[in-house]
Design a protein around this ligand. Structure first.
Ligand code: ATP
Length: 366
């Protein structure tokens, strides 16, 4: 009987609970035992009470629950071989030989490393007499499947990550609130949104709310010129009778010389223009709350497919990441997706912004 572990790792995202629910129930449906690994990789490294077998009812009401009920953490120990050795021992102790990890590119890179280390970790556990060769015999191969849970929508090879649309919805709702008061007072608001190095949340929320100007890392404005451009655009909109001004600044906003652009700098420019300007940093409200329906669906369909991918996995299959392309659930080679994701950052660092934009659009399937 297959024993599958499921964990959430890295930053939490709405939809992680529906993903865990889908994995737990699909695993039970397919006659597997399923364990929740609490607190991300920490649960594997520490074991004990942090590994708990789940039954059908344990995930009741997870669909409408925000955050991640099984917890998430950043676990430094897992980055070290010693930590991964302890993780391997805890998995074998509980009979777990497959893992479904829902997290961002860091968590999934860690998963890939764990899988490639696995044979040597198992050997070391025999050499140091933690287990006998007979005990580890069934654990020659570790199956891992990745689900991408992140509000940033920053992973290549998938159209959307679990949580991204919930976060976009929340930002849009918040900007609508701001809009009302901004219009009443004829004020300008600079709204800072999350996304780290990815401008998806900034761009999409800007489009959804009709922002006057959007700063995202993949399309940086010209250093030394954007102050005037911002002023010209906002003045033009004002002249057309628009009472409020909304500027969206993505967390990773930069100019084309890679200087960071902060909400404060943008505010100063708007003040120079004579606008009564406020900053709203939305912060963690962007991650909270329940998942929107599309994220619940995505997490459910992908969670079910993750269990199928575990059952169909062979030692030669490249570590699969469950993605979605044009509304179809797909399996992508995880490390290729991580490589492409990292190459966007590299393109930005080398100021090749057209390439960064192209890479953001590209999918491995093409
Ligand atoms: P988010 O996009 O929300 O930040 P993430 O999964 O990228 O999510 P990270 O903090 O990068 O978040 O990674 C989460 C955890 O995954 C780390 O705390 C660590 O335990 C593990 N991890 C990340 N990178 C590696 C790595 N290269 N080797 C081993 N483990 C790693």
């Amino acid at each position: 009987r297959k024993k599958i572990g499921v964990m959430t790792s890295g930053g939490d995202a709405p939809g992680m609970n529906p993903a865990v629910r889908a994995v737990v129930r699909a695993a039970i449906y397919h006659d597997c035992d399923v364990f929740a690994v609490y607190e991300g990789y920490e649960g594997l490294v520490k074991g004990g009470d942090l590994l708990r077998q789940m039954d059908w009812n344990d995930v009741r009401s997870y669909l409408s629950l925000g955050g991640t009920a099984i917890g998430t953490a950043r676990c430094a120990e897992f980055r070290e071989r010693e930590g991964r050795l302890s993780a391997a021992a805890n998995m074998i102790r509980n009979g777990i030989d497959a893992l479904i990890v829902c997290g961002g590119d860091g968590s999934l890179t860690g998963a890939d490393l764990f899988r490639s280390d696995w044979p040597s970790l198992v050997q070391e556990l025999v050499d140091n007499k933690t287990f006998s060769p007979q005990e580890v015999a069934p654990y020659k191969h570790l199956t891992i499947v990745g689900l991408v849970g992140s509000i940033d929508n920053d992973m290549a090879c998938t159209d959307s990550t679990i949580g991204a649309y919930s976060s976009l919805e929340r930002i849009t709702e918040m900007v609508d609130y701001i809009d009302a008061t901004a219009t009443s007072h004829s004020r300008a608001f600079v709204v800072e949104v999350m996304g780290r190095h990815c401008g998806w949340l900034g761009l999409m929320s800007g489009l959804s709310t009709g922002a006057d100007y959007i700063f995202i890392p993949e399309r940086p404005p010209k250093a030394g010129e954007w102050h005037q451009e911002l002023k010209n655009i906002c003045s033009r909109h004002k002249a057309k009778g628009k009472r409020r001004t909304i500027v969206i600044v993505a967390e990773g906003a930069i100019d084309d010389q890679l200087n960071a652009i902060s909400a404060d700098q943008v505010k100063d420019v708007l003040v120079e223009l004579g606008l009564d300007t406020r900053i709203t940093t939305l912060g963690h409200v962007q991650r909270g709350g329940t998942a929107v329906a599309s994220d619940r669906l995505l997490a459910t369909l992908q969670g079910v497919d993750a269990v199928k991918a575990v059952l169909e996995n062979t030692p030669d299959t490249p570590l699969p990441m469950i993605g979605v392309l044009e509304n179809k659930i797909v399996r992508q080679p995880l490390m290729e997706a991580v490589r492409l994701t990292k190459s966007v950052a590299t393109a930005i660092e080398s100021k090749d912004f057209d390439k960064a934009m192209q890479l953001r659009d590209s999918t491995f399937a093409e």
